[in-house]
Design a protein around this ligand. Structure first.
Ligand code: G3I
Length: 318
């Protein structure tokens, strides 16, 4: 049977969907998630710092283990997300004196990466280090305490804990060329030249039709690949201002198609993950009021046949 995953796999890639623990009790939802369309999943929240180390040096893996168990039962690989991010940090991290942040960071990465060793094929080690203008996010407590050195230190710590996982840096609004993508490119180039163990760059792909398609996406992915790293589309969704109409749907389908084709055109683009597959569980309406309809299945878990067909075609299917 032809599925998004079978088509992607024919080209040596995966096609995945994020998921989250509350949804795993929805049997209509899990029937599709584990039904063959997706060969990969990413936990949307389960492996973040507030879930895994809610109080200092007290680790909780229940939610992450549940996602792993679902994935293993359905033949899906797992991308670990994320070892280090300025969001969804428990309050105790922000309270730490600067002199204790590095040790806490290394302890967190070591413990979490060790627990999931052998169960995730990749990690988003550092998530969203840049502001949209390409400057470093100085509000991150890791940046505040350590400056940019926190990034290299995080990668080295992750590699020591799990030598086999592919280690990624991941961000949004870096999909097309521009100041933020240039900043990421320069960072990755520097890390590579310093021998820092970085294997990949994740491009989240949180797109919105009202803001246009990213500039020269394929060329952007290619220039990163040319640095000697893998690339991946890690959190794809294409939102619109509601309500849906035929024109917006057509634009959205073109965006999905463009992203898939950009990945397929870059040898080192290893796969595509959508940020959940159904509007029922999309993060968008909760954050962007009045926007949504961003995913290939609607809020009733019905496949959007036109959009789905466009993605199939872009993947080389019929
Ligand atoms: O766990 C609490 C729950 O106890 C509480 O009752 C409920 C009330 O709002 O909130 C729950 O926490 C929510 C959490 O998801 C778990 O469901 C947070 O409010 C909510 O903000 C959080 O949203 C997540 C968001 O990251 C946080 O920044 C989304 O589910 C998740 O999809 C989203 O994912 C991020 C990626 O990690 C990084 N890239 C961007 C992407 C979209 O924002």
């Amino acid at each position: 049977e032809q599925t998004l995953q079978s088509l992607a796999a024919a080209g040596g890639r995966y096609f995945g969907s994020a998921t989250d623990n509350p949804e795993l009790t929805d049997t209509a939802y899990t029937a599709v998630l584990g039904g063959g369309e997706f060969g990969q999943t990413t936990p949307g929240n389960a492996m973040k710092w507030d879930s895994t180390e809610p109080s200092q040096n007290s680790f909780s893996y229940t939610k992450g283990d549940a996602v792993i168990a679902f994935a293993q039962a359905h033949g899906m690989k797992v991308r670990g997300h994320t070892l280090l991010w300025h969001n969804q940090l428990p309050g105790w991290v922000a309270q730490l004196p600067a002199a204790q942040v590095q040790a806490a960071m290394e302890n967190h990465i070591t413990n979490v990466a060790t627990h999931f060793k052998g169960k995730v094929f990749a990690w988003d080690v550092v998530n969203e280090p840049f502001n949209d203008d390409g400057t470093y996010r100085s509000t991150s407590p890791f940046y505040t305490a350590m400056g940019i050195d926190y990034i290299a230190d995080a990668f080295r710590t992750a590699r020591a804990a799990d030598p086999d996982a592919k280690l990624y840096i991941n961000d949004y609004n870096t999909d097309g060329q521009g100041a933020k993508a240039d900043a990421m490119y320069n960072l990755v180039k520097t890390l590579k030249s310093q021998g820092v163990p970085i294997d990949g760059v994740g491009f989240q792909g949180h797109l919105a039709i009202q803001y246009g398609f990213p500039t020269n996406m394929q060329a952007n992915l290619q220039r990163f690949a040319d640095l000697g790293v893998d690339v991946a589309i890690t959190e794809l969704d294409v939102r619109m201002v509601l309500p849906r109409d035929a024109t917006k749907d057509a634009t959205q389908a073109t965006y999905y198609s463009n992203v898939v084709k950009a990945c397929l055109a870059v040898t080192r683009c290893v796969g595509i993950t959508i940020w959940d597959y159904t509007d029922k569980y999309s993060w968008i309406p909760g954050v962007f009021s009045g926007e949504g309809a961003a995913l290939p299945w609607d809020e009733n878990l019905q496949k959007k046949t036109s959009l789905y067909g466009t993605i199939v075609t872009a993947l080389g299917g019929t």
